[in-house]
Design a protein around this ligand. Structure first.
Ligand code: 1GP
Length: 255
């Protein structure tokens, strides 16, 4: 069952989703990764994303292989570079960095990966990726050599996202950058959500339950959490409880 379909159905049902991001470079100690994966299994995390701005060659496939051996949760590649792809993943977020004007990240890496992806017949999900100022220079800004959109320009952000969907992108990802001081604001999330008819992913700097709640409340379909869960997997039950509360609200109540 294609991953995109699953995301679209959950989004239509107003079921918020949680993706846990694993950075292959940080995950080289696989035994250290095991507790986080066990937590993800136990709490039914929706997706595991694998990627990072800088990843050494070979680390992506080792990491995905280890994760796949330990979970049934779908694993999505979230690559920062065309060398961060591997066949074992369930799908790929084919990110185009539409907030920036660096052709390599708009289309360049995609050309390098295209034939391989076709050969693998991997599910490839066109995703408009917007980098938004999160209060500090994060690696995605440094590596992509692009300037983040100002966080107070909600109209510009929503218009950029809308243009992405008009170009055919099936998901929009609002990114404040890993370890951002400020996560994407509720105003930006809700205005983008109002204007888009595709599922919305939000990540970067969502490092506690309150921020997760606010992002979902504002209209994020999927929130992505990396650093905080990597450091404190025990945060997960609280986040899942919040997700459950949202889901219960949208369940149809019997008469
Ligand atoms: C995913 O880059 C983020 O979009 C992850 O950010 O590590 O700050 O959770 P954190």
């Amino acid at each position: 069952f294609p991953i995109l379909k699953q995301i679209q159905q959950q989004s239509q049902a107003q079921h918020p989703m949680l993706a846990v991001l694993i950075d292959p470079d940080k995950a080289q100690d696989q035994e250290a990764l095991r507790p986080l994966i066990q937590h993800c299994n136990q709490h039914q995390v929706d997706f595991i994303f694998v990627g990072g701005s800088t990843v050494q060659k070979g680390h992506t496939s080792q990491t995905v292989q280890f994760i796949k051996e330990n979970t049934k949760i779908p694993v999505l590649l979230f690559p920062g570079h065309s060398n961060q792809i591997c066949e074992q993943a369930d799908a790929l977020l084919f990110l185009s960095l539409i907030s920036g004007r660096n052709p390599e990240f708009l289309i360049g890496h995609h050309i390098k990966a295209a034939q391989t992806l076709r050969k693998w017949q991997m599910e490839t999900i066109p995703t408009g990726y917007l980098l938004i100022d999160g209060g500090r220079i994060t690696s995605v800004a440094a590596v992509s050599q692009t300037i983040p959109l100002p966080a107070d320009q909600a109209e510009l952000i929503a218009s950029t996202a809308l243009a992405g969907t008009l170009l055919g992108m099936k998901l929009i990802y609002l990114e404040a950058g890993s370890g951002a001081l400020q996560a994407v604001t509720e105003e930006v999330i809700s205005l983008s959500k109002q204007q888009l008819d595709v599922p919305l992913i939000v990540g970067g700097g969502i490092n506690n339950a309150e921020k997760a709640q606010r992002a979902w409340q504002a209209g994020a379909d999927i929130i992505v959490m990396g650093n905080s869960l990597e450091q404190t997997p025990d945060l997960l039950p609280k986040i899942i409880e919040i997700r459950q509360n949202f889901r219960e609200k949208t369940e149809i109540q019997p008469n």
